[in-house]
Design a protein around this ligand. Structure first.
Ligand code: FAD
Length: 485
């Protein structure tokens, strides 16, 4: 059996044909010279590779480039970026196999997408559930409904500072983590390699055992609360009832199919309600597979699309995660989360960070690069659809039916941030104006023409036309420029 070359995001057993298959791992320092990654992301990837190297017949090679270590015939599963795929294709003696690590195949996706003008998650998700028999009772969705969003997505419980769910099992660092930490210190101080964010205790799994422990704990203890609070934010609870599994799934430590199976089993055995289980499975079988396929399905220049002509570069305070420079409580807290953990949950990513960037007209490619570098679960394939398409609407609606733009009222409804904030979500102009509220109206005013044909934007645009203080508000936003709010 040929040795299997595993990229650093292909570490689990589902990337092998046989548990005893010999493995090649390549650790390349050059990757960390090309981009300023979050320090905790670098730690996670190196620690995961080095832990995997202790497991079975594994050759781990440290090298500047991949090409210099390929000296025997190898097989490799389809990599997750165009650059890596190009590299594999150029190397003689390396056979590339179909992708693994996702539930649906490229053929499943193209059969569904072919001929459609608009690619919408809901349609793909139903197709994938039927195809793979997930949460299905015969030909019908379990419980009779495909989408239980109306039961989910509630604001946080009134007065709560934290959700009443058990914390995920803590990670215990070992000698490999210690070695990685010391080595990253040397890279920083001796080799001038820069990292974003703060170092800190390792928060996410690097081994299959740690990943399985997190999965089982989540399904048993946290999944029941996932649905109702999946969109809620609390200043004192960054994790809420989220699974925290994206770093482990994206490193390939968990097969998304097994994650889905465990979640469905929880529903079938009565351990978790359908709404939460459906909401969770929608994230993995739906969103995760959907954005993966869109990365390959859209043309390579999709990453650079910019339909809203957003050209402002990221201000220094944002680029450098300077949360202390920000007074708006939600943005400051979320930026601090990125700095200190390299992870915040979906709604802070979309409605606090992405929303702020889109409102201010920051260049989508720069925003995507920032997300890629600063998040522990950030990979090239996740960026295009999530950041360029969903969060910045830079594709003019090819994957979402309207921009995810919202004012302070959304943050107020879905979090406890506004209570202790110096800004008022109801105020549009003046010293107390919430930057999200002012930014929202200013964004709509700037793009009124482009959004006019979108029926989902008709109501907000009618609201815009009724504003009597629009000129003052727009002028105030222009004057704020790139200053931290
Ligand atoms: P949960 O809320 O518990 O969801 C379960 C799983 O579903 C996640 O672990 C993840 O594997 C998957 N998932 C959910 N939504 C998505 C999605 N939109 N795209 C892909 N997978 C999804 N996800 C990443 O894995 N890496 C990223 O770099 C990333 N960047 C994002 C940037 C922006 C602007 C936005 C809006 C979303 C991004 N996401 C990214 C998607 C999502 O926010 C994260 O997957 C999720 O917050 C990870 O936390 P969790 O594991 O607790 O997720």
């Amino acid at each position: 059996m040929r040795r299997r070359w595993l990229f650093a995001d292909q570490l689990g057993p589902h990337f092998l044909d046989d548990p005893g298959q010999p493995v090649l791992l390549v650790e390349s320092k050059a990757v960390f010279r090309r981009r300023v990654f979050h320090r905790q992301k670098a730690h996670l990837v190196l620690s995961a590779l080095r832990h995997r190297a202790r497991d079975g017949d594994v050759r781990l090679v440290r090298a500047e480039t991949y090409a210099e270590v390929i000296d025997e015939p190898l097989t490799v599963c389809h990599p997750t970026s165009r650059a890596a795929r190009g590299l594999v294709r150029r190397l003689p003696g390396v056979e590339m196999l179909p992708p693994r690590g996702f539930v649906t195949s490229p053929q499943d996706f193209t059969a569904w997408a072919g001929g459609r003008d608009h690619l919408r998650l809901e349609d793909f998700y139903r197709h994938a559930r039927r195809l793979h028999g997930v949460l299905m009772d015969g030909g019908e969705p379990a419980g009779g409904r495909w989408n239980l969003d109306t039961d989910n997505r509630q604001p946080p419980p009134r007065g709560a500072r934290q959700l009443d769910v058990p914390a995920p099992p803590a990670i215990t660092e070992d000698d490999i983590d210690q070695e990685v930490r010391e080595e990253l210190d040397r890279w920083q101080h001796d080799d001038g390699i820069a990292f974003a964010g703060a170092d800190g205790p390792r928060l996410f799994p690097v081994t299959r055992q740690e990943a399985l422990a997190r999965l089982r704990h989540f399904v048993a203890h946290r999944l029941p609360a996932f649905g109702p609070y999946e969109d809620a934010m609390l200043a004192g609870d960054p994790w809420m009832a989220h699974s925290l599994l994206s770093p482990a799934i994206n490193l390939g430590l968990l097969d998304p199919a097994e994650v889905i199976e465990e979640a469905e089993h929880a529903y079938r055995s009565g351990a978790a309600p359908l709404a939460g289980v459906e909401g969770f499975i929608r994230q993995i079988l739906g969103w995760r597979d959907f954005v993966w396929h869109l990365y390959w399905y859209f043309e390579p220049r999709y990453r650079a699309v910019n339909e809203l002509h957003a050209r402002t570069e990221l201000p220094k305070w944002f680029a450098e995660l300077d949360a202390d420079a920000v007074e708006a409580r939600c943005l400051s807290d979320v930026l601090a989360g990125v700095r200190d953990r390299g992870w915040v949950h979906h709604i802070p990513r979309l409605m606090v960070l992405g929303n702020y960037a889109m409102q201010r007209g920051w260049r989508p490619g720069a925003v995507a690069d920032w997300f890629h570098r600063c998040f522990v679960d950030g990979y090239e394939w996740v960026m295009t659809a999530n950041v360029v398409g969903m969060s910045q609407y830079a594709d003019g609606g090819r994957m979402s039916s309207k921009p995810y733009a919202a004012g302070g009222a959304y943050v107020h409804r879905m979090s406890d941030y506004c209570g202790g904030c110096r800004y008022d979500p109801k105020v549009r102009a003046g010293a107390d104006a919430c930057p999200y509220t002012a930014g929202y109206w200013s964004f709509l005013a700037r793009h009124e023409r482009e959004l006019a044909g979108n029926h989902r934007m008709a109501q907000p645009l009618r609201g815009l036309r009724r504003l009597t203080d629009l000129d003052a508000l727009v002028e105030q936003e222009r004057a704020r420029g790139s200053r931290a709010p």
